[in-house]
Design a protein around this ligand. Structure first.
Ligand code: SF4
Ligand code: SF4
Length: 479
């Protein structure tokens, strides 16, 4: 029987063939969504996506994973926002329709509309489900809609502080969280400064006290594997992912260009991201703003490679039933941005075709296998899968500015994901993202299942007791 990825690939080829066959002479409906060479790369504007916003027939498939992948009634939804609020407006389709109404001037961006726009984790689940059969760019539309909302009205109150922090402290957290170099005082062997391979540790790992142990395990593993790397410590720039999600594109663009300039001047050739939010932003959004030739990888890919080469050897038994939570940012949202220039034509009165065919990201190229291979390599670990995995995984609720603005929604989404993890009988739910680990941990109180990072599990097996940094008791439940 064909896998979901194979079916998706066939559907994509079919769509390309159809668009070649149907190419006709007609006036283009839309300008290319990405600016021409004279003005340089840029984010797609809401106007450039207008033709797509009128294409949604409200089939509602964006609320569920494709039927072929559904394994249980209890876990048959994919949209945390629709699950929380229960209105079509809170689905991917609803937001596409809001975008269309804003573009046509039928609704303004009042308080209620802005709530609809921002009560969304930007997880991309709807985008994947819709693209199983259609090519509507829901995520791209939602990013553009947030940017339009920000341009007209500025940030939500809860997000204003995040932007101030980014502007003044170089990270989205409050100053009381300390410096991004504080964790290094416990890891004196780590080289600080520029080098060809830079580990971008990310603000969440560096500043959240309960996540620093996981970061320290990562650098110890890289050291044990003989990987030559450095970190920047206090001077590490933020990728400005939060500014992107909030819609503050002026700030995002400036910080993105600054980061690339700083790293290129330092001779960096490869960026290894510890935090998949940085990974997704660097791969999926930086190319819209700034060109560079640095290779971008996630740390699980480096660890997976070290295991394959034999430079990391898991020896100690970790006897646990484990389930892996795919971070949206390491999976479906981590695909590389694919530039496209061309024209959109309407043919036969209703069909939209792109000339040349526009490449579409469908989530199949995310990083799904490396973390599973890492867990499978640990002796004693029994890996069990949740009902919703890979490009159709259910979000933890920790992204898109939701925890800052709508904490109850974030907590309820984490609880839903923990219920699903618990149904596997697992004792540990493991992720590879400080945001997921943080949001799931905060909701895990009173449950039998524990939340931890993939670097922690691998360190316990490779480094063993005494050399692995254990999470402080009680710190797991911090919000
Ligand atoms: S956004 Fe896509 S999946 Fe959702 S209702 Fe519209 S066409 Fe259907
Ligand atoms: S991005 Fe996630 S939360 Fe937002 S509409 Fe899509 S599936 Fe729902």
């Amino acid at each position: 029987m064909a896998t979901t990825s194979e079916i998706t690939t066939r559907a994509r080829r079919g769509a390309k063939r159809l668009s070649r066959k149907l190419r006709v002479q007609s006036a283009p409906l839309s300008k290319p969504p990405h600016s021409s060479a004279e003005s340089g790369p840029s984010h797609p504007s809401l106007e450039s996506l207008q033709h797509l916003t009128s294409k949604c027939p409200r089939c509602s498939l964006c609320k569920f994973p494709p039927l072929l992948t559904v394994r249980s009634k209890a876990h048959s939804s994919i949209c945390p926002s629709y699950d929380e609020y229960g209105f079509h407006s809170h689905s991917g389709s609803g937001r596409v329709i809001v975008a269309n109404a804003v573009l046509e001037g039928r609704v303004g961006l009042d308080e209620a509309t802005r709530e609809v726009i921002f009560q969304c984790t930007m997880c991309g689940g709807c985008d994947m489900s819709c693209k199983f059969s259609t090519d509507i760019e829901i995520s791209e539309t939602m990013f553009a809609l947030r940017a339009e909302s920000h341009r007209r009205n500025g940030p939500l109150d809860a997000h204003a502080r995040v932007l101030e922090n980014l502007e003044h402290h170089g990270h989205p957290f409050d100053a009381e969280m300390g410096s991004k170099g504080d964790w290094l005082s416990s890891e004196p062997a780590v080289r600080v400064g520029m080098s060809q391979r830079l580990v971008l540790v990310g603000s969440a790992y560096a500043l959240r006290t309960e996540r620093r142990a996981t970061l320290r395990n990562l650098v110890r593993l890289l050291g044990a594997a003989g990987v030559d790397f450095s970190v920047l410590g206090e001077g590490e720039p933020d990728t400005a992912t939060m500014a992107l999600h909030i819609g503050a594109l002026d700030l995002f663009d400036r910080l993105a260009r600054d980061l690339v300039t700083t790293l290129q001047r330092g001779g960096v050739q490869e960026i290894v991201c510890a935090d998949p939010e940085d990974f997704a932003t660097l791969r999926g959004h930086y190319p819209k703003v700034v060109q560079h030739d640095m290779r971008v990888r996630h740390a699980v890919e480096v660890l997976d490679e070290a295991l394959a080469k034999g430079s990391l050897k898991p020896r100690h038994v970790v006897r646990k039933r484990v389930t892996y939570h795919d971070p949206c940012s390491l999976g479906r949202r981590s695909e590389e941005f694919q530039p496209w220039e061309g024209e959109v034509h309407k043919i036969m009165g209703q069909l939209l075709v792109t000339d040349p065919p526009k490449p579409v990201n469908r989530g199949t190229e995310g990083v799904y296998d490396a973390p599973r291979r890492i867990l499978a390599a640990v002796p004693g670990v029994e890996l069990v899968e949740m009902d919703r995995t890979r490009e159709y995984a259910y979000c933890c609720g920790g992204s898109g500015g939701v925890p800052q603005a709508f904490p109850e929604f974030a907590a309820n989404t984490a609880a839903e994901r923990l219920d699903e993890a618990g149904a596997t009988g697992a004792e540990l739910v493991v992720s590879a993202c400080p945001g997921c680990e943080h949001n799931l941990s905060a909701a895990a109180g009173g449950r039998r299942i524990e939340v931890t990072g993939i670097y922690d599990v691998l360190a316990r097996s490779v480094l063993g007791p005494g050399k692995t940094v254990e999470l402080a008791a009680g710190a797991r439940k911090e919000r």
